[in-house]
Design a binder for this molecule. Structure first.
Ligand code: GRF
Length: 203
């Protein structure tokens, strides 16, 4: 039976597209729903063209915090579409604490740095300006904090040859596309437990 997975996006949606395409190529039995807080998100158009169901999350107030009303809408879309996991892919809003408490381990995010270094919205810029030679990306469960949840997978990226933030973004993004799909597949196919902060995969 197909697994129902939602991908939440706000913009370009290249991670979303990579998850959709790689799942199709791998023949995974997944029914995707793409959700956006932004009706003009490029990623929504891409998903529509690929024949994937899309939902526009209405009434998102300005700013990055979602309201309790938004939480109710997300709750009902999870229920109505029988969503078993939500992958945030460039979704620029904070998931309300009430939802995280109600659905622990439901929300997964990808962040463009090796957490806990360079949390926040400007991860690649911060890494470049700090002068680190190695950065990378992290797939993690979403908890009540920002970029603080238990780490599922990480991959390092050599950024020593990058001469500006855009180059850092683009080399890390290539790895994000690979890592997010690997992580999604691991979560689908393997047993795992979360012991404290540690995500431990079994068979
Ligand atoms: C990615 O770098 C992701 O790690 C970050 O936002 C960016 C989204 O890019 N959270 P895209 O919309 O998936 O192309």
């Amino acid at each position: 039976m197909a697994v129902n997975i939602a991908i939440f996006i706000s913009g370009r949606g290249s991670n979303m597209e990579s998850l959709l395409r790689k799942s199709e190529e791998a023949g995974l039995d997944i029914k995707f729903t793409v959700v956006s807080d932004n009706a003009d998100a490029e990623g929504l158009r891409i998903a529509e063209k690929m024949g994937v169901k899309t939902i526009f999350l209405e009434n998102c107030a300005n700013g990055w915090k979602l309201t309790e009303e938004n939480a109710v809408s997300i709750e009902s879309l999870i229920r109505e579409n029988r969503i078993s996991r939500v992958f945030l892919a460039g979704f620029m809003r904070i998931i309300p604490e009430s939802l995280i408490k109600k659905h622990p381990l439901m929300f997964v995010n990808i962040h463009p740095s090796l957490l806990p270094s360079f949390k926040g919205k400007e991860a690649q810029k911060d890494a470049f300006e700090y002068g680190v030679k190695v950065s990378g990306c992290t797939v993690h469960f979403v908890d009540e904090g920002v970029d603080t949840g238990p780490i599922i997978m990480q991959k390092s990226v050599d950024i020593s040859d990058c001469t500006n933030t855009d180059e850092v973004k683009s080399v890390i993004l290539e790895t994000e596309h690979l890592l997010y799909f690997q992580a999604m597949r691991m979560l689908l196919e393997k047993n795992f437990s979360v012991e404290g902060r540690r995500v431990i995969f079994g068979n």
